[in-house]
Design a protein around this ligand. Structure first.
Ligand SMILES: Cc1cc2nc3c(=O)[nH]c(=O)nc-3n(C[C@H](O)[C@H](O)[C@H](O)COP(=O)(O)OP(=O)(O)OC[C@H]3O[C@@H](n4cnc5c(N)ncnc54)[C@H](O)[C@@H]3O)c2cc1C
Length: 274
Protein backbone atom coordinates (compact mmCIF):
# COMPACT_ATOMS: atom_id res chain seq x y z
CA UNK A 1 0.00 0.00 0.00
CA UNK A 2 1.36 3.42 -0.95
CA UNK A 3 -0.09 6.11 1.28
CA UNK A 4 -1.08 9.62 0.27
CA UNK A 5 -0.42 12.32 2.88
CA UNK A 6 -1.60 15.91 2.60
CA UNK A 7 0.32 18.40 4.73
CA UNK A 8 -1.44 21.74 5.28
CA UNK A 9 0.85 24.66 5.81
CA UNK A 10 0.47 28.37 6.28
CA UNK A 11 2.89 31.15 5.41
CA UNK A 12 3.33 33.47 8.38
CA UNK A 13 5.19 36.78 8.67
CA UNK A 14 8.75 36.68 10.03
CA UNK A 15 8.17 37.96 13.54
CA UNK A 16 11.50 39.81 13.69
CA UNK A 17 10.41 41.86 10.68
CA UNK A 18 6.76 42.34 11.51
CA UNK A 19 6.10 46.07 11.25
CA UNK A 20 3.59 47.60 13.59
CA UNK A 21 1.42 50.51 12.53
CA UNK A 22 0.95 52.39 15.78
CA UNK A 23 -1.65 54.72 14.24
CA UNK A 24 -4.01 51.98 13.13
CA UNK A 25 -2.86 49.55 15.84
CA UNK A 26 -2.51 46.82 13.22
CA UNK A 27 0.25 44.49 12.10
CA UNK A 28 1.49 45.33 8.58
CA UNK A 29 1.73 41.74 7.34
CA UNK A 30 1.99 43.02 3.78
CA UNK A 31 5.40 44.58 4.55
CA UNK A 32 7.00 41.57 6.25
CA UNK A 33 8.85 38.69 4.62
CA UNK A 34 6.98 35.42 4.89
CA UNK A 35 8.20 32.05 6.16
CA UNK A 36 6.76 28.59 6.68
CA UNK A 37 4.85 28.50 9.97
CA UNK A 38 7.25 26.67 12.36
CA UNK A 39 4.65 24.13 13.55
CA UNK A 40 3.86 23.21 9.93
CA UNK A 41 7.52 22.22 9.48
CA UNK A 42 7.09 19.66 12.27
CA UNK A 43 4.00 18.28 10.53
CA UNK A 44 5.93 17.98 7.26
CA UNK A 45 8.83 16.27 9.03
CA UNK A 46 6.41 13.73 10.54
CA UNK A 47 5.00 13.05 7.06
CA UNK A 48 8.49 12.64 5.53
CA UNK A 49 9.55 10.19 8.26
CA UNK A 50 6.38 8.14 7.62
CA UNK A 51 7.10 8.28 3.89
CA UNK A 52 10.67 7.02 4.49
CA UNK A 53 9.35 4.09 6.57
CA UNK A 54 6.23 3.08 4.65
CA UNK A 55 6.37 4.65 1.18
CA UNK A 56 4.01 7.52 0.39
CA UNK A 57 3.27 10.51 -1.78
CA UNK A 58 3.21 13.86 0.01
CA UNK A 59 1.10 16.76 -1.27
CA UNK A 60 1.60 20.09 0.48
CA UNK A 61 -1.34 22.49 0.50
CA UNK A 62 -1.59 26.15 1.40
CA UNK A 63 -4.19 28.89 1.09
CA UNK A 64 -2.72 32.36 1.02
CA UNK A 65 -1.44 35.20 -1.10
CA UNK A 66 0.56 34.44 -4.29
CA UNK A 67 3.87 34.68 -2.41
CA UNK A 68 2.83 31.69 -0.25
CA UNK A 69 4.14 29.55 -3.12
CA UNK A 70 7.61 30.00 -1.54
CA UNK A 71 6.78 27.72 1.39
CA UNK A 72 5.52 25.04 -0.99
CA UNK A 73 8.86 25.18 -2.84
CA UNK A 74 10.69 24.90 0.50
CA UNK A 75 8.53 21.87 1.34
CA UNK A 76 9.42 20.26 -2.02
CA UNK A 77 13.09 20.79 -1.17
CA UNK A 78 12.57 19.08 2.19
CA UNK A 79 10.90 15.99 0.68
CA UNK A 80 7.33 16.70 -0.46
CA UNK A 81 6.32 15.50 -3.94
CA UNK A 82 3.88 18.17 -5.13
CA UNK A 83 2.17 21.33 -3.94
CA UNK A 84 -1.20 23.05 -4.26
CA UNK A 85 -1.55 26.81 -3.84
CA UNK A 86 -5.06 28.13 -3.25
CA UNK A 87 -4.93 31.80 -3.99
CA UNK A 88 -7.51 34.37 -4.92
CA UNK A 89 -8.20 37.88 -3.54
CA UNK A 90 -11.74 36.62 -2.85
CA UNK A 91 -10.32 34.06 -0.39
CA UNK A 92 -8.65 36.78 1.73
CA UNK A 93 -9.99 37.55 5.19
CA UNK A 94 -11.16 33.98 5.75
CA UNK A 95 -11.64 33.05 9.39
CA UNK A 96 -10.75 29.57 10.60
CA UNK A 97 -14.13 28.08 9.70
CA UNK A 98 -13.97 29.28 6.10
CA UNK A 99 -10.26 28.41 5.86
CA UNK A 100 -11.07 24.82 6.87
CA UNK A 101 -14.00 24.71 4.47
CA UNK A 102 -11.84 25.91 1.56
CA UNK A 103 -8.96 23.55 2.39
CA UNK A 104 -11.41 20.64 2.67
CA UNK A 105 -12.89 21.47 -0.72
CA UNK A 106 -9.40 21.41 -2.27
CA UNK A 107 -8.55 18.10 -0.59
CA UNK A 108 -11.75 16.35 -1.71
CA UNK A 109 -11.35 17.61 -5.28
CA UNK A 110 -7.59 17.36 -5.77
CA UNK A 111 -6.60 14.57 -3.33
CA UNK A 112 -9.70 12.33 -3.04
CA UNK A 113 -7.49 9.30 -2.26
CA UNK A 114 -5.85 10.94 0.80
CA UNK A 115 -5.06 8.69 3.78
CA UNK A 116 -3.87 11.22 6.32
CA UNK A 117 -3.94 15.02 6.55
CA UNK A 118 -1.21 16.47 8.79
CA UNK A 119 -1.41 20.01 10.16
CA UNK A 120 0.74 22.03 12.51
CA UNK A 121 -0.75 22.35 15.99
CA UNK A 122 -1.04 26.15 15.68
CA UNK A 123 0.32 29.12 13.78
CA UNK A 124 2.76 31.71 15.08
CA UNK A 125 0.67 34.66 13.91
CA UNK A 126 -2.97 33.88 14.66
CA UNK A 127 -2.53 30.77 16.79
CA UNK A 128 -6.14 29.67 17.14
CA UNK A 129 -5.24 25.95 16.72
CA UNK A 130 -8.72 25.53 15.21
CA UNK A 131 -8.02 24.73 11.57
CA UNK A 132 -6.89 21.09 12.08
CA UNK A 133 -9.90 19.98 14.15
CA UNK A 134 -12.30 21.95 11.91
CA UNK A 135 -10.76 20.33 8.85
CA UNK A 136 -11.53 16.86 10.27
CA UNK A 137 -15.12 18.02 10.73
CA UNK A 138 -15.35 19.40 7.19
CA UNK A 139 -13.88 16.22 5.71
CA UNK A 140 -16.13 14.12 7.92
CA UNK A 141 -13.23 11.96 9.13
CA UNK A 142 -11.64 11.30 12.54
CA UNK A 143 -9.19 13.82 13.98
CA UNK A 144 -6.66 13.88 16.83
CA UNK A 145 -4.84 17.04 17.94
CA UNK A 146 -1.39 17.59 19.51
CA UNK A 147 0.07 14.26 18.40
CA UNK A 148 3.63 13.57 19.67
CA UNK A 149 4.36 10.41 17.72
CA UNK A 150 2.60 8.39 15.05
CA UNK A 151 3.04 5.20 13.09
CA UNK A 152 0.99 3.43 10.45
CA UNK A 153 -0.38 -0.09 10.48
CA UNK A 154 -2.19 -0.76 7.19
CA UNK A 155 -5.48 1.14 7.47
CA UNK A 156 -4.97 2.54 10.96
CA UNK A 157 -2.58 4.96 12.58
CA UNK A 158 -1.22 4.51 16.13
CA UNK A 159 -0.81 7.88 17.87
CA UNK A 160 0.72 9.09 21.11
CA UNK A 161 -0.33 12.37 22.62
CA UNK A 162 0.65 13.98 25.89
CA UNK A 163 -2.17 15.38 27.95
CA UNK A 164 -1.21 17.14 31.20
CA UNK A 165 0.48 14.46 33.30
CA UNK A 166 -0.28 11.38 31.23
CA UNK A 167 0.48 9.88 27.84
CA UNK A 168 -2.37 8.59 25.68
CA UNK A 169 -1.99 5.95 22.98
CA UNK A 170 -4.78 6.16 20.42
CA UNK A 171 -5.59 4.10 17.38
CA UNK A 172 -7.40 5.90 14.57
CA UNK A 173 -8.85 4.53 11.35
CA UNK A 174 -7.71 6.11 8.10
CA UNK A 175 -8.51 8.44 6.48
CA UNK A 176 -8.05 11.00 9.25
CA UNK A 177 -6.57 14.32 10.30
CA UNK A 178 -3.85 14.94 12.90
CA UNK A 179 -2.20 18.04 14.23
CA UNK A 180 1.42 17.51 15.22
CA UNK A 181 2.95 18.85 18.46
CA UNK A 182 6.33 20.51 18.17
CA UNK A 183 8.50 18.41 20.53
CA UNK A 184 9.42 15.26 18.69
CA UNK A 185 9.70 15.77 14.94
CA UNK A 186 12.68 18.10 14.52
CA UNK A 187 12.44 19.48 10.98
CA UNK A 188 15.28 18.73 8.58
CA UNK A 189 16.95 21.54 6.64
CA UNK A 190 16.25 22.09 2.97
CA UNK A 191 19.63 21.87 1.23
CA UNK A 192 20.66 24.65 -1.17
CA UNK A 193 20.79 22.13 -4.03
CA UNK A 194 17.34 20.88 -3.03
CA UNK A 195 15.97 24.43 -3.04
CA UNK A 196 17.44 25.12 -6.46
CA UNK A 197 15.83 21.95 -7.78
CA UNK A 198 12.51 22.73 -6.06
CA UNK A 199 12.33 26.12 -7.76
CA UNK A 200 13.03 24.49 -11.13
CA UNK A 201 10.43 21.77 -10.70
CA UNK A 202 6.99 22.12 -12.20
CA UNK A 203 5.08 20.48 -9.36
CA UNK A 204 2.86 23.26 -8.04
CA UNK A 205 -0.80 23.56 -9.03
CA UNK A 206 -2.33 27.01 -8.52
CA UNK A 207 -6.10 27.08 -8.00
CA UNK A 208 -8.46 30.03 -7.57
CA UNK A 209 -12.03 30.13 -6.23
CA UNK A 210 -13.55 29.29 -9.59
CA UNK A 211 -11.19 26.33 -9.94
CA UNK A 212 -12.61 24.98 -6.67
CA UNK A 213 -16.16 25.58 -7.87
CA UNK A 214 -16.74 28.15 -5.10
CA UNK A 215 -18.62 31.43 -5.35
CA UNK A 216 -17.47 34.66 -3.63
CA UNK A 217 -20.34 34.22 -1.13
CA UNK A 218 -18.87 30.92 0.08
CA UNK A 219 -15.32 32.08 0.80
CA UNK A 220 -13.09 34.76 2.31
CA UNK A 221 -14.35 37.64 4.40
CA UNK A 222 -17.83 37.41 2.83
CA UNK A 223 -18.49 33.98 4.29
CA UNK A 224 -16.64 34.40 7.62
CA UNK A 225 -18.86 34.84 10.65
CA UNK A 226 -15.91 36.06 12.81
CA UNK A 227 -13.80 39.16 12.24
CA UNK A 228 -10.74 40.51 14.06
CA UNK A 229 -11.68 44.03 15.12
CA UNK A 230 -8.39 45.05 16.73
CA UNK A 231 -4.90 43.77 17.59
CA UNK A 232 -2.90 45.39 20.37
CA UNK A 233 -0.30 44.65 23.04
CA UNK A 234 -1.86 44.67 26.49
CA UNK A 235 -0.25 47.25 28.78
CA UNK A 236 2.18 45.47 31.10
CA UNK A 237 0.96 45.56 34.68
CA UNK A 238 3.96 44.87 36.89
CA UNK A 239 4.40 45.67 40.53
CA UNK A 240 7.37 44.95 42.79
CA UNK A 241 6.51 43.73 46.25
CA UNK A 242 9.21 43.23 48.90
CA UNK A 243 8.38 40.80 51.66
CA UNK A 244 10.37 41.02 54.85
CA UNK A 245 10.83 38.82 57.90
CA UNK A 246 11.89 35.25 58.50
CA UNK A 247 11.71 32.71 55.66
CA UNK A 248 8.64 31.15 57.33
CA UNK A 249 6.86 34.53 57.51
CA UNK A 250 7.75 35.37 53.89
CA UNK A 251 6.34 32.03 52.68
CA UNK A 252 3.19 32.54 54.75
CA UNK A 253 2.71 36.09 53.42
CA UNK A 254 3.36 34.88 49.87
CA UNK A 255 0.73 32.15 50.12
CA UNK A 256 -1.64 34.55 51.82
CA UNK A 257 -1.42 37.10 49.04
CA UNK A 258 -0.84 34.92 45.97
CA UNK A 259 -1.86 31.41 47.05
CA UNK A 260 -4.89 31.32 44.76
CA UNK A 261 -2.95 32.40 41.66
CA UNK A 262 -0.10 29.95 42.37
CA UNK A 263 -2.58 27.13 43.01
CA UNK A 264 -4.39 27.90 39.76
CA UNK A 265 -1.10 27.93 37.84
CA UNK A 266 0.27 24.63 39.18
CA UNK A 267 -3.06 22.90 39.82
CA UNK A 268 -2.40 22.23 43.54
CA UNK A 269 -3.56 23.89 46.71
CA UNK A 270 -0.43 25.00 48.56
CA UNK A 271 -2.02 26.66 51.55
CA UNK A 272 -0.77 25.16 54.83
CA UNK A 273 -3.45 23.24 56.74
CA UNK A 274 -4.52 25.41 59.68
C1 LIG B 1 -5.38 36.01 -0.12
C2 LIG B 1 -5.27 35.53 1.31
C3 LIG B 1 -4.78 36.37 2.30
C4 LIG B 1 -4.69 35.91 3.62
N1 LIG B 1 -4.18 36.75 4.55
C5 LIG B 1 -4.10 36.36 5.85
C6 LIG B 1 -3.62 37.25 6.84
O1 LIG B 1 -3.30 38.39 6.54
N2 LIG B 1 -3.49 36.80 8.10
C7 LIG B 1 -3.84 35.52 8.45
O2 LIG B 1 -3.68 35.14 9.63
N3 LIG B 1 -4.31 34.67 7.54
C8 LIG B 1 -4.46 35.03 6.25
N4 LIG B 1 -4.95 34.17 5.31
C9 LIG B 1 -5.22 32.75 5.67
C10 LIG B 1 -6.41 32.39 6.58
O3 LIG B 1 -7.27 33.40 6.77
C11 LIG B 1 -5.83 31.80 7.88
O4 LIG B 1 -5.01 30.78 7.46
C12 LIG B 1 -6.78 31.19 8.88
O5 LIG B 1 -7.62 32.09 9.45
C13 LIG B 1 -5.98 30.31 9.87
O6 LIG B 1 -6.05 30.70 11.21
P1 LIG B 1 -4.85 30.37 12.23
O7 LIG B 1 -3.62 31.05 11.75
O8 LIG B 1 -5.32 30.71 13.62
O9 LIG B 1 -4.63 28.78 12.10
P2 LIG B 1 -4.39 27.62 13.20
O10 LIG B 1 -5.66 26.92 13.44
O11 LIG B 1 -3.62 28.11 14.41
O12 LIG B 1 -3.43 26.69 12.32
C14 LIG B 1 -3.21 25.31 12.61
C15 LIG B 1 -2.71 24.60 11.37
O13 LIG B 1 -3.75 24.63 10.36
C16 LIG B 1 -3.14 24.70 9.07
N5 LIG B 1 -3.49 25.98 8.41
C17 LIG B 1 -3.92 27.15 8.97
N6 LIG B 1 -4.11 28.07 8.03
C18 LIG B 1 -3.81 27.50 6.85
C19 LIG B 1 -3.79 27.95 5.50
N7 LIG B 1 -4.14 29.20 5.18
N8 LIG B 1 -3.42 27.08 4.53
C20 LIG B 1 -3.07 25.80 4.82
N9 LIG B 1 -3.04 25.32 6.09
C21 LIG B 1 -3.41 26.16 7.08
C22 LIG B 1 -1.63 24.61 9.28
O14 LIG B 1 -1.23 23.24 9.27
C23 LIG B 1 -1.49 25.19 10.70
O15 LIG B 1 -0.28 24.78 11.33
C24 LIG B 1 -5.08 34.59 3.98
C25 LIG B 1 -5.60 33.77 2.99
C26 LIG B 1 -5.71 34.23 1.66
C27 LIG B 1 -6.26 33.33 0.62
Amino acid sequence: MRYHFVVCMKQVPMVSELPWDSRSGRLRRDLADGMMNPACKHALEAAIQLKDRHGARITVLTMGPVMAEEILREALAMGADSGILLTDPKMAGADTMVTSFTLARAITRECPDFDLVLCGCHTSDSETAQVGPQLAEELNVAGVAYVEKLDLQHHTVRLEREADDFLETIEMDLPGVVTIATQRYTPRYASLGGLQEAFDRDSITVIDAQGLGLTPEQIGRNASPTRILDVYSPAAQKENIVMRGSAKKVVEDLLDQFGDQIAAAIGKDLKPNG
